[in-house]
Design a binder for this molecule. Structure first.
Ligand SMILES: C[S@@+](CC[C@H](N)C(=O)[O-])C[C@H]1O[C@@H](n2cnc3c(N)ncnc32)[C@H](O)[C@@H]1O
Length: 262
């Protein structure tokens, strides 16, 4: 197959934004292009134009495309030892603020914000304390609101938490309790184009920025820093680092946890 043209790729990105409201500006272009080309080949097509025609008509293929671009892989208590640190060392302090505000940014199908909700329950946070959970992919947000997960996604959930915070639906599936659900508010939000709230005590943004170009990533961390209250913490993914943390008013408290200076 001939290499696909750059110009047509640019056109394709504009069409994706126009037709499917998915703005891929700021994402690593070679990654978006490579992943799209794989799908084009998979269907034996020859161009971005042909593929766009298919995407407009075929909902399943459209969903597949969006999934491949956004990557929704997640799990409960991803890198568990970090979550226990959060529970034992940082959350008790942060929860002293009566108006505690937490945000799971790029929450995928809900495992991350529900993990935080479990810790809030464990620490007996008042029921008015909620987790805001946002993502750009409406498909995963709907899944998150259902809160149903196969057993294999629950490997990091301690037995005690499984008993307390999940209802067994059948041999394969568990659902988070109503109480846990009421702790989390899911909504659509695009980190690259939508405005950020302020005064967060805790922002969790893990395994999301890896898809963004360096300058976009840096700008995003700066916006996160600005939307923390002084003393607030940002918790990032286990392969990530905020290189310019000092410049944007953060201190490194330990790998993957940064605190807003103030
Ligand atoms: C790999 S998942 C990470 C889920 C979870 N944070 C974790 O670490 O397990 C990445 C999520 O980021 C979301 N995402 C990608 N681009 C985004 C954007 N511009 N705004 C908001 N969410 C975005 C994707 O839809 C996906 O659900």
């Amino acid at each position: 197959m001939e290499p696909l043209s750059e110009e047509e790729f640019k056109w394709f990105l504009t069409e994706v934004k126009k037709n499917f409201s998915l703005d891929l500006t700021g994402y690593k272009p070679h990654r978006v292009k490579r992943r799209t080309e794989v799908l084009i080949r998979k269907y034996g097509l020859k161009s971005f134009r042909e593929y766009m025609d298919v995407l407009k008509k075929d909902e399943t293929k459209r969903k597949e495309f969006i999934d491949k671009m956004t990557i929704n892989v997640t799990e409960f208590f991803r890198n568990p030892e970090k979550w226990w640190k959060l529970r034992d060392k940082y959350l008790p302090e942060l929860l002293k603020n009566r108006n505690f505000k937490a945000w799971s940014a790029g929450c995928s199908s809900g495992e991350e914000p529900y993990s935080l909700a479990i810790l809030l329950e464990e620490l007996k946070a008042p029921s008015t304390v909620k987790v805001k959970a946002t993502d750009i992919d409406v498909g995963v947000l709907n899944k998150a609101r259902q809160g149903v997960y196969p057993k294999r996604n629950l490997v990091n959930v301690p037995e005690e938490y499984l008993r307390k915070y999940f209802v067994k639906l059948d041999d394969e599936n568990y659902q988070v309790t109503q109480r846990l659900k009421s702790r989390v508010n899911f909504r659509f939000h695009n980190l690259l184009t939508d405005r950020f709230d302020t005064n967060h005590d805790l922002i969790i943004c893990r395994n999301v920025v890896i898809y963004f170009e360096l300058d976009v990533k840096e700008k995003l961390y700066e916006r996160f820093a600005n939307s923390l209250r002084p003393g607030g913490i940002i918790f990032i993914g286990s392969t990530e680092r905020i290189f310019n943390y000092k410049k944007i008013g953060l201190e490194l408290i330990e790998p993957f946890f940064y605190r807003k200076v103030g």
